[in-house]
Ligand binder design. Structure first.
Ligand SMILES: [Fe+2]
Ligand SMILES: [Fe+2]
Length: 287
């Protein structure tokens, strides 16, 4: 049995400075042996790495991480700069590889033949409504509102290409485990359309474009991956689709919290503790 604490989108800079201590307390009281943090620790690489270090120090267990879009943002303080004047996002992505437990380094073997595989992933625009053209979606602006990655990321290559790179990396990693059927796959982006924002919110028919790609779910189905962890969308999910259990447990921005006066309570509600057991069992325990 291996106990794992799962959490994403902690956005330390937009939630609470007490979080690393709180996460440490919660993982200790649950007896978690490792943690999966599925991206968006903070805005910018320096801030994300500093946050990871503080969490690791408090929790005292490995903190396996995949890069979120916010973690690679290049100008946390100068968000109104044009992305064209900024360094390439690949550079920021590579800086995050200095975190030794960044899952982009390759699969990690756990007890009982279980494995962890992961990478941040990116979006391929495919979750948007069909009424929008690719050119409109590449603009990342709708009715005067812009998607913030437009200003804060600057990949060489279009989003679909960035996505395909990450999808290929994830496929390679899952193969490398030699045991996809006992692999926990982690992305930051949303892997299945079921977890996008429902189209009763018209602007989200546009902005869903930047949430992820259904190719990740397709990959999990093809390879019989039993458990997928993701973040990015600040809604919590635990649902099984086509044989894969999907867990999304974001903390989100403080303004989104149900218990905004109590970071401990909110964090406890967001964090999931799962147990990977023998015979492919995935159980959940309370903190
Ligand atoms: Fe987030
Ligand atoms: Fe995100």
């Amino acid at each position: 049995m291996q106990k794992i604490a799962v959490l994403s989108d902690i956005h330390i800079d937009r939630s609470s400075d007490e979080l690393p201590g709180i996460i440490g307390e919660l993982t200790a009281s649950a007896g978690a042996e490792l943690m999966i943090l599925a991206g968006d620790v903070a805005n910018g690489t320096d801030e994300a790495l500093a946050g990871l270090k503080r969490i690791r120090n408090h929790a005292g267990i490995p903190v396996y991480f995949v890069a979120g879009n916010h973690d690679i943002w290049q100008s946390p303080q100068g968000a109104d700069q044009d992305s064209k004047s900024q360094p390439d996002s690949w550079q920021a992505y590579n800086e995050l590889l200095s975190w030794p437990e960044n899952l982009a380094h390759g699969p990690v073997s756990l007890e009982g033949g279980w494995q962890l595989a992961g990478c941040g992933g990116w979006y391929d625009l495919g979750f948007a409504g069909r009424e929008f053209t690719r050119e409109q979606l590449l603009e990342m602006t709708y009715k005067g509102k812009g998607w913030a990655d437009r200003r804060n990321t600057s990949w060489t290559g279009e989003p679909e290409r960035v996505h395909r790179y990450f999808l290929g990396e994830l496929r390679r990693q899952i193969r490398e485990t030699g045991n996809p059927e006992r692999t926990v796959a982690v992305t930051h982006v949303v892997p299945h359309a079921s977890f996008t924002v429902p189209s009763i919110f018209p602007t989200w028919r546009f902005f869903n474009a930047y949430l992820g790609s259904g190719d990740y779910a397709e990959l999990y189905r093809e390879m019989n991956v039993p458990l997928a962890v993701f973040g990015h969308i600040h809604h919590r999910f635990d649902r099984t689709l086509a044989g894969t259990r999907y867990i999304g447990c974001p903390l989100g921005y403080r303004r989104e919290w149900k218990h905004s006066d109590d970071p401990r309570r909110e964090c406890k509600e967001a964090m999931k503790i799962i147990e990977l057991g023998p015979e492919d069992s995935i159980n959940e325990t309370r903190i």
